[in-house]
Design a protein around this ligand. Structure first.
Ligand SMILES: Cc1ncc(C[n+]2csc(CCOP(=O)(O)OP(=O)(O)O)c2C)c(N)n1
Ligand code: SF4
Length: 285
């Protein structure tokens, strides 16, 4: 695969008309071009869900993981060949629910991957059950009397748990989202973008208009994205949904650069002639 080949398949997505996944898909394609990273160096790992169905429409190298398990293969790909740029496509259910422990622990290692969370506040592929980000008290198919749990706060988790690039964007603003994804792809460390994604079928209340009325742009608030305390304050806000770059550590050193054996050369380029596995094999004889 190279830059001359199309980066999508000529196949119509099965997403519902008006779904926010179309905007995210468009932004990813634009970001791949903006980042100037050769397409054959980009690898996308997909979770299970409406979001993960993007695996069928992209012509990047990729891997379709189990539900909640798209982050570990991206980390493994980066460790095996750190010349590649892994991107994770995952829903809020998979990332903050089933895959929550991968999310919180791999950001601590500052693994150099970009996690794009399609946050529609529902488990949508399975027809709209509540997810970790569903607002307390919301009636869904699985919570007919209103949900009891407080909502998961991904921005606060990321700020307090050492992620080095933390942003929130809106699926309805494709140019801004594309720029942010390109910026995240070139950030040397763990980058997360929580993308507010309208699910027009199972979450019609949080519509495009609702988001536009409830969002506030961090750049209009003169937010300092190098200041972690300022990022924490924005993450804890309840009056509005801040959009933009919450925090970036400009001195970020990714995990693979701190591993002596691979920091100078990707693992896949290391000679294997001198590797002796006979002792290991004996253990299994
Ligand atoms: C371990 C596991 N649990 C549950 C399921 C069933 N399942 C498949 S898709 C899905 C919902 C996905 O929701 P989310 O991750 O938020 O993505 P979305 O569909 O909203 O994009 C569920 C619960 C599964 N496949 N595997
Ligand atoms: S169910 Fe929701 S998230 Fe899934 S394709 Fe339809 S609008 Fe999009």
């Amino acid at each position: 695969m190279n830059n001359k080949k199309p980066i999508t398949y000529p196949k119509n997505p099965t997403w519902c008309p008006g779904c926010g996944n179309y905007g995210i898909w468009g932004a990813i394609k634009q970001a791949a071009i903006k980042s100037q990273i050769p397409t054959e160096k980009i690898v996308i790992t997909y979770d299970v869900g409406c979001s993960g169905n993007m695996a069928d429409y992209n012509n990047f190298y990729g891997f379709h993981a189990l539900h909640g398990r798209a982050i570990p293969p991206a980390t493994g790909i980066k460790l095996a060949n750190h010349d590649l740029t892994p991107i994770v496509i995952i829903g809020d259910g998979g990332c903050y629910g089933e895959g929550g422990t991968h999310f919180i622990n791999e950001m601590r290692g500052n693994h150099d991957i970009t996690v794009l969370v399609h946050n529609n506040h529902r488990y949508s592929l399975t027809t709209g059950q509540m997810s970790p980000t569903t607002k307390k008290g919301t009636k869904t198919k699985s919570t007919p009397q209103g949900s009891i749990e407080e909502a998961f706060n991904p921005m606060a988790i990321a700020v307090s748990n050492h992620a080095t690039f933390i942003a929130r964007e809106f699926a309805g603003d494709i140019p801004s989202l594309a720029n942010r994804i390109a910026q995240a792809m070139t950030h040397p460390g763990f980058a997360v973008i929580d993308i507010l994604q309208p699910c027009v079928v199972f979450n019609p209340e949080q519509s495009y208009d609702w988001y536009r009325q409830n969002m506030v742009k961090l750049e209009d608030e003169k937010h300092d994205s190098t200041n972690k305390e300022a990022a924490w304050k924005q993450a804890m806000r309840t009056d509005k949904l801040p959009i933009g770059l919450f925090y970036q550590d400009k001195n970020s050193v990714p995990y693979h650069s701190q591993v002596a054996e691979i920091k100078d050369k990707p693992l896949v380029d290391k000679p294997i002639e001198s590797v002796d596995i006979s002792k290991l094999v004996k253990n299994f004889q």
